[in-house]
Design a protein around this ligand. Structure first.
Ligand SMILES: C[S@@+](CC[C@H](N)C(=O)[O-])C[C@H]1O[C@@H](n2cnc3c(N)ncnc32)[C@H](O)[C@@H]1O
Length: 153
C-alpha cells in the first residue's frame, strides 16, 4: 500500500489550477513552438546563467523543462532540479529528459513561494519566464554560489 503523502504547500492555488490545467496543456501541445519562439532569448539566458560543470542548479517554474535540460548539459558533474506548479508539464519535462538521456536532472512539483528548500543545496537558481508572476522570497534571488535558504541574500 502506498504511503500517505504530505499535502504540498501551495500559496498560489489559482495559478496552480491554471498551469496544471488549460495553460499547461496548451504549453505541452505546442512545446516545440514555444521553445523555437524563445530561441533568441534562450541563447542569452543560457550565457547569463553561467552554469559551471560542478554546479547544483535550481530551475524555478521550469515548465516543460528546456532550460532545465540546458542546465543539466552544462552541469555535467553537478545536478539540476526543475520545480513547477504543473504536474502535467513536469511529466512532459521528465519524458523529454529521459529521451535525451540526461541522468543528472530531476523534477518536483512545488510552489516556489512556500517550498522548504534545503539550505546549501543549490549553487545557482535560474528561471526562464518563471519568476515574473510572484511576490515571494525567491523573487530575491540568492547570489550565485550562496546557499538557497529561507533567508535569501
Ligand atoms: C511562462 S511559463 C515558463 C515555463 C518555462 N520556464 C519556459 O521558459 O518555457 C511560467 C511557469 O512558471 C510556473 N510557476 C508559476 N508560479 C510558480 C510558483 N509559485 N512555483 C513554481 N512554479 C511556478 C508555471 O507553472 C509555468 O510553468
Amino acid at each position: 500500500m502506498a504511503e500517505p503523502q504530505e499535502p504540498r504547500a501551495c500559496a498560489n492555488a489559482a495559478q496552480a489550477a491554471e498551469w496544471d490545467g488549460p495553460a499547461g496543456a496548451h504549453r505541452i501541445r505546442h512545446a516545440a513552438v514555444f521553445d523555437a519562439e524563445a530561441r533568441p532569448h534562450n541563447e542569452r539566458f543560457r550565457a547569463a546563467t553561467g552554469v559551471a560543470p560542478a554546479d547544483h542548479v535550481l530551475d524555478v517554474g521550469c515548465g516543460t523543462g528546456q532550460s532545465t535540460r540546458d542546465a543539466a548539459r552544462a552541469a555535467v558533474a553537478g545536478r539540476v532540479l526543475g520545480i513547477d506548479l504543473s504536474a502535467a508539464m513536469l511529466g512532459h519535462a521528465r519524458r523529454v529528459s529521459r529521451e535525451e538521456g540526461l541522468r543528472n536532472i530531476g523534477f518536483e512539483q512545488a510552489d516556489a513561494q512556500v517550498h522548504a528548500f534545503p539550505a546549501g543545496r543549490f549553487d545557482v537558481a535560474i528561471s526562464r519566464f518563471g519568476s515574473r508572476t510572484r511576490r515571494s522570497r525567491v523573487a530575491s534571488w540568492p547570489r550565485r554560489a550562496s546557499p538557497m535558504s529561507g533567508s535569501p541574500t
